[in-house]
Design a protein around this ligand. Structure first.
Ligand code: ADP
Length: 614
């Protein structure tokens, strides 16, 4: 007998499970059955592809055994099983780094944490919500030795060698006193039909049944299959109810909410496949982690192949959950083959087209729902604008924007519809956060002229927007770049020549250039970036990532010749001009959220003038 300690994060998770306020304890059964189903999938693939397992007598199944008297519940499968090392690895640690860091960052507030945990599915460890002791007896397919793992969830577990006839895993829960409802056949059946009806393998329970007549009458244990065990994605749409679709989604996604919508397709002809995709309402917790878990599983002719292939759909659709079941692929496809397989490439292409098309329909018909969806997944979707050139136009039509002229969201199409008759450009402004772009002085002229400006503040925007170029024949332009300003009148130019030259000299290396501008109405100054340079938000992002010497990209200072302060500055002495030059540059930078190197000297200068004015 060998004692082992759980990894720290497992202990944390177990504590949470044991003392959980998690209201939905019954999901432990879904998690165990889902693990069994995976184990059956894995062995099935082996029996179909590996010589060693070719003659394996195999009819995959899950058996639920209830011992009411002793308050025991057993979930058994005849799947792949585990050897000793795998037991330690799988049931003593948390393998997925995403989940691990999620647990490390839990707040310690049991109620909050339980809700969070409900979002990603807690797996095997959820057994401890209802059991005070768990035993796992398992034998790996093709091997001789069997092992028993047991634990009461308090820090340690034991592994002993044992015997077991068939390969597979049997998990026995010693139910807590207050969880005896799970030793009830009726209750278990109803949970299974709720969460696991479409697990594609039969799930059996044994039941007491009266048989015979009169004298001969007696009770007998009979076996009964309680789930449908069909591959739902291969069924006809007309044979499936909304609830069945929703339940299957919850089974594969671990999401407790209903999905936003789903897309079920069956293609025949040159290419045959069944796809069932779900679009969730809420972003998966790992959406922006590099090591996110992909949401689409690949099957070939009903046989599960992998759930760990990130390229089944393009990464910008990584929030999509579901199944691709291809008819024309070999079962023993390797990862390398998968990634350059023409059949799969074609399926993927058609799938993307379909998904984007359905999203567009939602945008047109269910604006409110789509807006809520976009708030969750929009940032990921935007990545497609520069990674999926082929679908760029379709994606542009799916984008929602905040704007300077209205509350809520606007599409590019709607923007174009309200453009001024002589307006030739779609204007946008990118920046660090929403309130900063909303309040930028750069908007002043556009507001005055009643021209709408799209306001963008996601990090990805400064990467994406400059690359968009045009939408439906109309060019897009950033209003914080030097490209987008009109020339001031020649007379004004002449009048301010001296001041501009003087400011250039005084500010020296601080700026790339000093110019007069017509884009301001209320503010004395603003900074813009040279149209040859990356935009400000992008510059800051790159500097943060330590890429390039972005601190050296200098802004262009623009001054407003109609502003009282600038008018007076023209006739001031050099010393005053120097101080004011620093002030107007610094405040313009602050307005755009740029880094200011010497804040205290800025404050000193402002105070000097405030003092004078008093
Ligand atoms: P997840 O299923 O999300 O990976 P779990 O904690 O539920 O996380 O399970 C951890 C691992 O333990 C699984 O990935 C699998 O390798 C193994 N495992 C769990 N249950 C079984 C089972 N019934 N048969 C074989 N392996 C299993």
């Amino acid at each position: 007998m060998a004692k082992h300690s759980f990894e720290t994060e497992v202990n944390q998770l177990l504590q949470l499970m044991i003392h959980s306020l998690y209201s939905n304890k019954e999901i432990f059964l879904r998690e165990l059955i889902s693990n069994s189903s995976d184990a059956l999938d894995k062995l099935k693939l082996k029996t179909l592809t590996e010589d060693e397992f070719k003659d394996f007598d195999y009819s995959p199944r899950v058996d639920i055994d209830i011992d009411k008297e002793n308050n025991l519940l057993t979930v058994a499968d005849n799947g792949i099983g585990m050897d000793e090392q795998e037991l330690i690895q799988n049931l003593g640690t948390i393998a997925k780094s995403g989940t691990k860091s999620f647990i490390e960052n839990l707040s310690g507030d049991a109620k909050k944490d339980s809700n969070l945990i409900g979002q990603f599915g807690v797996g095997f460890y959820s057994s401890f919500m209802v059991a005070d002791k768990v035993e796992v007896v398992t034998k790996k397919a093709g091997e001789e030795k069997a092992y028993k793992w047991e634990s009461d969830g308090s820090g340690e577990y034991e592994i002993t060698e044992t015997t077991k006839e068939h390969s597979g895993t049997a998990i026995t829960l010693h139910l807590k006193e207050d969880a005896s409802e799970y030793a009830d056949t009726f209750r278990i059946e109803s949970i299974i039909s709720k969460y696991s009806n479409h697990v594609p393998f039969p799930i059996y329970t044994t039941k007491e049944k009266e048989v015979g007549e009169g004298e001969e009458k007696k009770t007998e244990k009979v076996e009964e299959q309680i789930n449908k065990a069909d591959a739902i994605w291969r069924m006809a749409k007309t044979d499936l109810s909304k609830e069945e679709y929703q339940d299957f989604y919850k089974q594969i996604s671990h999401d407790s909410q209903d999905p936003y919508f789903w897309i079920h397709t069956h293609a025949e002809g040159t290419l045959e496949y069944h796809n069932l995709f779900y679009i969730p309402k809420t972003a998966p917790f790992d959406l922006f982690r590099v090591d996110y878990q992909p949401g689409v599983k690949l099957y070939v002719k009903r046989v599960f192949i992998t759930d760990d292939e990130k390229e089944l759909l393009p990464p910008y659709l990584r929030f999509v959950r579901g199944i691709i079941d291809a008819e024309d692929l070999p079962l023993n496809v390797s990862r390398e083959i998968l990634q350059q397989n023409i059949v799969l490439e074609k399926i993927k292409k058609a799938a993307v087209k379909k998904i984007l098309g359905e999203m567009k329909k939602k945008l047109d018909k269910d604006r409110e729902g789509y807006e809520a969806f976009f708030e969750q997944m929009g940032k990921a979707l935007k990545e497609g604008l520069y990674t999926d050139y082929e679908n760029k136009d379709k994606l542009l039509d799916l984008m929602l924007f905040k704007s300077s002229k209205r509350e809520g969201y606007i599409t590019l199409k709607e923007y174009k519809e309200q453009m001024k008759p002589d307006q030739e450009t779609i204007y946008f402004l990118t920046g660090e956060n929403e309130s900063m772009v909303k309040n930028s002085p750069l908007l002043e002229k556009y507001i005055q002229d009643d021209i709408e400006v799209l306001l963008l503040s996601d990090e990805v925007d400064s990467v994406v927007m400059p690359m968009v170029g045009e939408y439906d024949g109309t060019k897009l332009e950033a209003i914080n770049s030097s490209a987008s300003d009109d020339k001031v009148e020649e007379k004004t130019e002449e009048e301010y020549k001296g001041l501009v030259a003087s400011l250039k000299e005084l500010l020296g290396e601080e700026v790339k250039d000093v110019k007069l501008t017509t884009r301001l109405t209320k503010s004395p100054s603003c900074v813009v970036y040279d149209k040859e340079d990356p935009d400000f938000a992008m510059q800051q992002m790159m500097a943060q990532m330590g890429q390039g010497d972005m601190a050296n990209v200098k802004p262009i200072l623009e001054i407003n010749p109609d502003h009282e302060m600038i008018k007076k500055l023209k006739d001031s002495d050099k010393e005053t001009q120097k101080d004011i030059a620093d002030i107007i540059l610094t405040q313009a930078k602050l307005n755009e959220g740029l880094k200011v190197n010497d804040v205290s000297s800025f404050i000193d200068k402002v105070n000097k003038f405030v003092g004078k004015a008093l």
